[in-house]
Design a protein around this ligand. Structure first.
Ligand code: SME
Length: 166
């Protein structure tokens, strides 16, 4: 039994739902001067809000590799070389990767074998990629263009509010 009524439970998120979540994110992190705390809360908000996920979190660029940051889900690989896997490709190409079936993505890195689809969005500071937002689902084809637009806006909120910390 659910503790409270949630009108979006089990339904895909539309643009309005993404707008509401992104405003909630902005309210959560604005004025908080702690990067780890903000990314931890952002991953919790995303994991709690988007239906049908098994992982949501961040990898932070350190030199030529991405290093695991705050996340929700099963334990994950710690370092990803730039250009490797879905995360490394998103960071190297500075382009969102929307992968309908991870088993068809060359070089996909399987952290949780339950993952079947994935979306990775680059995050910028000072004009360059500094991190990626990575979200996985156990369902093939879970992510759509609505998710891409909503999560790219999530990245813009993080960039605006955390620019001094990233
Ligand atoms: N699948 C990712 C690795 C990170 S995990 O999904 C948390 C990739 O191929 O980059």
């Amino acid at each position: 039994m659910q503790n409270s009524f949630d009108p979006t439970a089990g339904k895909p998120m539309d643009a309005a739902a993404y707008a509401a979540m992104n405003e909630a994110l902005r309210a959560l992190i604005t004025g908080v001067p702690h990067l780890t705390a903000n990314l931890a809360n952002a991953s919790a908000l995303l994991y709690d809000t988007l239906p049908d996920l098994n992982w949501a979190g961040f990898y932070l660029l350190e030199g030529e590799k991405l290093v695991l940051g705050p996340f929700q889900g099963k334990v994950a690989c710690i370092e990803i070389p730039l250009g490797r896997g879905v995360c490394g490709t998103a960071a190297a190409e500075d382009r969102t990767q929307l992968v309908k079936d991870v088993h068809e993505f060359p070089g996909h890195i399987a952290c949780d074998c339950a993952s079947n689809s994935e979306i990775v969005v680059p995050i910028h500071a000072r004009g360059a990629v500094v991190a990626v937002l990575d979200i996985d689902s156990p369902f093939v084809g879970r992510f759509t263009e609505v998710d891409r637009l909503g999560l790219e806006e999530t990245a813009r909120v993080l960039e605006q509010e955390l620019s001094a910390l990233l």
